[in-house]
Write a protein that binds this ligand. Structure first.
Ligand code: SF4
Length: 205
């Protein structure tokens, strides 16, 4: 593979900051996961968490993705529009952590909404402060991954704090954005009754 020059790297960074491009790890057409119907799930590269049980560790580093333009993803969305309409599906942004590239997410979700396509964001919520009010207004669903209900265990499992996820969850509730809370029960790690009860308390709050 050809080496990436410093100039190319800076151009890529500027394009990601502007949201005209993103580092995309992969995408797939899925049914019955990542939201209702058949969906185009776009996995964006880069994640600030370090989950001990990460199912997709090669998405953690942003350099593991390919720089893809907004136009390319929108063209792909348009290609599947009839599938979304028939199945009640749509677009899901996942990762990695999609809000790591929030400018691109905001622009892509807006393009989907303009075409009447259902939109979902699969996020840990850790970078929820990066989600603008405009993005929230364009989201039909958030899949909020709560990695643990206990602060101490959250830190052990992810290397980060739980508080940003809780405040993002409150923001979604205040904005009236539907959310599915997801929790991975890992035997010997997150499956203590106290932790499961703490997750249930978060969902109920
Ligand atoms: S949030 Fe997801 S992608 Fe990031 S480390 Fe955890 S499991 Fe892996």
């Amino acid at each position: 593979m050809a080496a990436v020059t410093v100039a190319e790297r800076s151009a890529g960074l500027a394009a990601r900051r502007a949201g005209s491009h993103a580092s995309v790890h992969s995408w797939e057409l899925v049914t019955a996961v990542d939201g209702p119907g058949t969906r185009l799930t776009v996995f964006l590269a880069g994640c600030p968490l370090r989950c001990l049980y990460c199912h997709n560790p090669d998405t953690m580093a942003i350099r593991h993705g390919r720089l893809v333009s907004l136009d390319e993803v929108v063209r792909r969305l348009e290609r599947y529009q009839h599938v979304f309409a028939t199945t009640g599906g749509g677009l899901t942004l996942s990762g990695g952590e999609p809000l790591f590239q929030s400018a691109f997410v905001e622009r892509l979700v807006n393009q989907a909404k303009l075409r009447g396509i259902h939109t979902a964001l699969d996020t840990s919520g850790y970078l929820g402060a990066r989600a603008s009010n405009e993005l929230l207004a364009d989201l039909d669903l958030v899949l909020l991954d709560v990695k643990s209900g206990s602060e101490e265990l959250y830190q052990r499992v992810t290397g980060r704090q739980l508080a940003p996820t809780l405040s993002f969850g409150r923001r979604l509730a205040d904005a009236g954005v539907p959310a599915w809370v997801r929790f991975v029960l890992v035997p010997g790690l997150t499956d203590t009754p106290d932790n499961v009860a703490a997750v249930a308390d978060i969902v109920a709050a």
